[in-house]
Design a protein around this ligand. Sequence first.
Ligand SMILES: Nc1ncnc2c1ncn2[C@@H]1O[C@H](COP(=O)(O)OP(=O)(O)OP(=O)(O)O)[C@@H](O)[C@H]1O
Length: 203
Amino acid sequence: MAVSGLVGEQLACRRGFKLLFEGLDVAARPGRALLVVGPNGAGKSSLLRILSGLLGATEGKVRIDGGGDTPIGEHIHYLGHEDAVKGALTVNANLAFWRTVLGPTGLSVGEALEEVGLGGLGRLRAQVLSAGQKRRLAIARLLVSRRPVWVLDEPTTALDVKAQARFAAFGRAHLAAGGLLIAATHAPLDLGETDELRLGGRA
Ligand SMILES: Nc1ncnc2c1ncn2[C@@H]1O[C@H](COP(=O)(O)OP(=O)(O)OP(=O)(O)O)[C@@H](O)[C@H]1O
């Protein structure tokens, strides 16, 4: 069964005493990225966490169209600000862990590391990676397991120009294969034709 939409209806989010947004309708569809933009603190990360089922909405509902009985979270790759890299493990072991947990339906660990430009670094302990290399390792997670919905929070943070281009190529391939992609970003992502959802007015 193919996922045909990730939809949020009349979403509201209150954090602390602050109402970040209310009455927000969101719809991501296959083949076209949805970019969530807006100034710092507008609620972009909060929205992505709500859409991924990691944070409850104050009001409103999130649903996946065409997802059958599979829980929403199992359709989604969520890439947050933190890279979720375990420093004490090797680069290989980090990715092998995610491949096992998420379901080994994509590339092998070695193939994914080559794809993100970390080939040859698999036996290093992850704590010695640079910020951009850790981000590349986090992105490799998207490749070792196929999931139809990518929810990405500032995915190109710390990436150099070449790694940004690689990421854009992964994103476009995912969209071309009928995947969904929602990303919060302050930078252009080169994902082709996109839709934009603006929170909090202009920066
Ligand atoms: N656990 C929390 N408790 C209270 N307030 C919070 C909590 N988490 C986030 N906030 C507040 O919610 C607001 C929105 O935060 P969020 O991280 O969603 O913004 P953002 O648009 O992603 O910002 P940025 O562009 O800086 O990443 C901020 O004012 C933040 O301080």
